[in-house]
Unconditional design. Structure first.
Length: 203
């Protein structure tokens, strides 16, 4: 009886992450913070797909994720920085829990952004160059401060590199880099604080 229970447990563990099909669409099933989430597979290049993670509107899950990441973050940080759009809600929740203010890096320069600085990156979802913009008022809040970078998924690292560049230009010091998931080459992201890892799917 014990052996049967053990075998059943192993089977369940192995099937926590798997590809499933529903209504003709493929999803990658993951467990995060004791929640099962089906991530739609999205083609970014011929015969290459990624699992698309979108936490916008997932209030309960965002809270669970923020609490889990908070346990892994250094306690001496001064400010949290995140790129728009999907990870903004996570940065907000982290800020509520840690009492550390947060700054949003924009992907489009707004008319009200004065003395802003820019870094150019390549988007994994579009494959096209895009700019990251930091408002001048936020540059002042980063100078000489200990910074945590947070994103929803770190895949190619292009956005992360852009964020690093903006922090360096602003005179801040990065003390931690975190995400809900890393993606692709797991070894490349061993210094990233993350709750899980997503593969890149090759047909």
């Amino acid at each position: 009886m014990l052996q049967l229970r053990c075998n059943r447990w192993v089977f369940m563990q192995r099937n926590k992450k798997k590809i499933i099909t529903r209504r003709g669409k493929s999803y990658y099933r993951v467990e995060i913070c004791r929640s099962i989430v089906d991530l739609p597979l999205f083609e970014i290049a011929p015969k290459t797909k990624i699992a698309l993670f979108n936490i916008l509107g997932e209030t309960t899950l965002i809270t669970k994720i923020a609490r889990a990441i908070t346990q892994k973050l250094p306690k001496n940080a001064d400010i949290i920085i995140t790129p728009e759009v999907k990870s903004v809600c996570l940065a907000y929740e982290l800020s509520k829990i840690t009492k550390i203010p947060y700054v949003v890096v924009r992907k489009h320069k707004k008319p009200y952004m004065l003395n802003s600085i820019q870094e150019e990156v390549i988007s994994i979802t579009t494959g096209k160059p895009q700019s990251l913009w930091l408002d001048g008022k936020d540059r002042n809040s980063i100078k000489n401060k200990k910074v945590i970078l947070i994103d929803d998924v770190i895949s190619t690292g292009n956005t992360l590199t852009g964020l690093r560049g903006l922090v360096k230009k602003s005179g801040g010091k990065i003390v931690a880099e975190a995400a809900v998931f890393t993606e692709g080459d797991r070894e490349k992201w061993r210094n990233i604080i993350a709750l899980g890892h997503l593969p890149i799917f090759k047909d």
